[in-house]
Design a binder for this molecule. Structure first.
Ligand SMILES: [Zn+2]
Length: 91
């Protein structure tokens, strides 16, 4: 009888761990899908990428050399705030 009880406890533990792992896996997949969707839809995201509307850069800013980013950073920025690309020393 005690063996059966221990077996039941083990089964409950295993099922609980599997459910937790499944939830964690689903959460990780969901986060990856959201990030992938944001990455794929970034060129069509007017709020997050206003520079696609026109090539004009704000005066005093340094445009990211990455053609897929084109984020306008501050003049003192050494790396792009969006993609992390090293800013070239162009005037
Ligand atoms: Zn960039």
């Amino acid at each position: 009888m005690t063996i059966l009880a221990d077996g039941g406890i083990v089964v409950i533990w295993v099922v609980g761990i599997m459910v937790l792992g499944l939830f964690g896996f689903l959460a990780a997949v969901l986060g990856m899908l959201v990030r992938l969707a944001k990455f794929l839809l970034r060129p069509f995201w007017p709020e997050e990428n206003p520079t696609t509307a026109g090539p004009k850069a704000s005066p005093g800013g340094r445009v990211c050399p990455n053609p897929r980013c084109r984020h306008t950073n501050s003049v003192a920025a050494r790396y792009c705030a969006r993609c992390g690309q090293a800013m070239t020393e162009q005037v």
